[in-house]
Design a protein around this ligand. Structure first.
Ligand SMILES: Cc1cc2nc3c(=O)[nH]c(=O)nc-3n(C[C@H](O)[C@H](O)[C@H](O)COP(=O)(O)OP(=O)(O)OC[C@H]3O[C@@H](n4cnc5c(N)ncnc54)[C@H](O)[C@@H]3O)c2cc1C
Length: 532
């Protein structure tokens, strides 16, 4: 580490709420006995004792380290030029999908001098944003340009939460690359980092520009639709232009498949091509929505609403006697419930927030774990068929529109009486656009799923006061919590067809923005050492 290296790190500096903007400076001064240059390494909120809520800091002396991103990880990549033997220009690697896994695989390949071609069936982020806004406003769904598909992938219209359960040195590199691309610095030290959909669009665009500046190439509206194999080895890929339907073929030796959890057409194609895959457990349920104030009050007590405090979050789970697990997922403070469909005849919900998370409602997925035993058949595609039935039933019940089924929790719990939480004006109003229709979850979700949610809600209500309030909103279905399929790959990252590298959420090896990005990098690191 350079002069900017941290000469001393101090953890556990507690700054009480309302201590003032220079409280940390004063604390550091007291610690070092002099005015010292320092930077924040980590900040979290400790609200366990509601009468003594405080921020907990770790600081390092000296200048803040300059984000370096992926470069150190790719420093040992074998140089491209050396690999061109006999004068044959090496065939450029192809990346399918520009979600977090595809973007970071593409960036890693570009930084290693491989000049990748990135195929995205959807559109660039700006055009996509217009398509999504038109759909939220009641317009028709574009099956290739929506909340699931397009530049940036599924996570672009999201809260952009960057929390992850994986412990991997690549996580720091991913966060730094996001900062280099315009994400807020605080994601490097916040214990609950998030970007917000409003900032993510710019980040995604800047990563594209970096890849292009390094010789990479994006092709929007280009869908991977076939592969030419020779002796179980990839030789060519087939690509369809989504607007005209015309196709072309190109030579390909190394293909990264980062297609995401909603690429059903592509997964079915891969099954037909004989790629080894298996069903994977995932979860279904609804989005539950409360006034953010209720969550703030439950988590912060009388300090709720304090200007220094971020909107409160929660994470709940329980394991029922029935053997089912119920948990909350992808919580969006101050956010909205979004129409995350990618098929014209199916309804799917998810959540999104802006960086400021300043909307009136809080929402999260209320999910029940399901396994291949629940699927219509045990085949690798069984989970997709399971999802499709739920989504289509909801769409049919909603009159063949993209209005989402939504009811108050009291309807599912069978009672509408509860101690008034707040004055009636505080009832949450549904945030889902283009709109909702009063349809109960037990009409489109399997009975065991609804029973499990009904049993879990009061348990969660004991942990978060008001969570099970009959005025809470249940909007669904939430079916795309993760991929129901795993594309099998070996230790070298290759699928059952050599030269093909499945990665990210769609391949069943990651869940969430950061772990998908990490999987994209990991896959390229394996590729760079393959003898092609
Ligand atoms: C609304 C929403 C909110 C979310 N919020 C968060 C959050 O706050 N934090 C978090 O960590 N995770 C969140 N997630 C999950 C996260 O977005 C995913 O885990 C992540 O995007 C997976 O990355 P990926 O690159 O594997 O796939 P994806 O992001 O799904 O990207 C796959 C891309 O591949 C393209 N594609 C598919 N097939 C083809 C083909 N044949 N040819 C060309 N292109 C193709 C698709 O169009 C898509 O753009 C959210 C997801 C949604 C939908």
């Amino acid at each position: 580490m350079s002069r900017q290296e941290i000469s001393r790190r101090v953890d556990g500096i507690r700054i009480p709420l309302g201590a003032g903007p220079d409280a940390l400076d004063r604390a550091v001064f007291a610690l070092y006995g002099s005015r010292t240059a320092y930077h924040v390494l980590r900040r979290s909120v400790d609200a366990r004792v509601k009468t003594r809520i405080c921020f907990v800091y770790s600081v390092g002396t000296g200048l803040a380290p300059v984000p370096v991103g992926l470069s150190p990880l790719l420093a040992d990549a074998p140089s491209f030029a050396l690999r061109a033997v006999g004068g044959d220009p090496l065939v450029r690697p192809v990346v399918v999908g520009t979600g977090p896994a595809g973007m970071f695989a593409g960036l890693s390949l570009a930084m290693a001098g491989r000049r990748p071609i990135l195929l995205e069936q959807g559109k660039d982020v700006d055009t996509r944003a217009q398509d999504v806004a038109r759909f939220f406003a009641g317009g028709s769904l574009d099956p290739t340009s929506n909340v699931q598909f397009g530049e940036g992938g599924a996570g672009t219209f999201s809260d952009g939460k960057l929390t992850t359960g994986i412990r991997d040195p690549r996580v720091a590199a991913v966060l730094q690359e996001l900062v280099l691309a315009g994400a807020p610095d605080e994601i490097l030290w916040s214990s609950r980092p998030h970007v917000g959909t409003d900032r993510l669009h710019g980040v995604v665009r800047n990563i594209r520009r970096k890849i292009e500046a390094l010789g990479g190439e994006y092709r929007f509206g280009h869908r991977f639709c076939g592969a030419g194999l020779e002796a179980e080895r990839l030789r060519t890929v087939r690509v369809q232009l989504t607007d005209s339907g015309s196709e072309y073929e190109m030579e390909c030796r190394q293909l990264v498949l980062a297609v995401g959890h909603s690429a059903r057409q592509t997964l079915r194609l891969l099954a037909e091509l004989g790629f080894a895959m298996e069903p994977k457990p995932f979860s279904v349920g609804v989005r539950i929505e409360h006034p953010q104030r209720w969550i703030d009050q439950a988590q912060y007590g009388s300090a709720a609403g304090h200007p220094d405090l971020p909107p409160a979050e929660y994470k709940l789970s329980c394991h029922l006697a029935s053997g089912r697990s119920v948990y909350t997922f992808c919580m969006c403070p101050g956010g909205v419930v979004v129409a995350a469909s990618s098929t014209p005849d199916g309804i799917v919900t998810n959540g999104m927030s802006s960086f400021l998370r300043d909307g009136p409602n809080a929402n999260s997925a209320l999910l029940v774990a399901v396994t291949s035993a629940d699927y219509p058949d045990g085949s690798a595609m069984g989970g997709i068929a399971y999802q499709e039935k739920i989504e289509r039933d909801a769409w049919r019940l909603a009159g063949g529109s993209h209005l989402a089924p939504s009811v108050r929790a009291g309807v599912m719990l069978g009672h509408s009486s509860a101690a008034p939480h707040e004055t009636p004006v505080q009832r949450p109003e549904p945030s889902y656009r283009p709109g909702v229709v009063a349809i109960a979850p037990d009409t489109y979700l399997p009975g065991y799923v609804v029973d499990a949610m009904r049993e879990a809600l009061p348990l969660f209500g004991r942990k978060i006061r008001g969570f099970d309030h009959p005025d809470a909103l249940l909007t669904g279905p939430e079916t795309r919590s993760s991929s129901p399929v795993r594309l099998l790959r070996g230790a070298d990252g290759q699928a059952s067809v050599s030269g093909v590298y499945p990665c990210g959420e769609g391949a069943g090896y990651a869940g969430g923005i950061v772990s998908s990005a990490v999987d994209g990098i990991r896959t390229v690191q394996a590729m760079l050492h393959e003898n092609i």
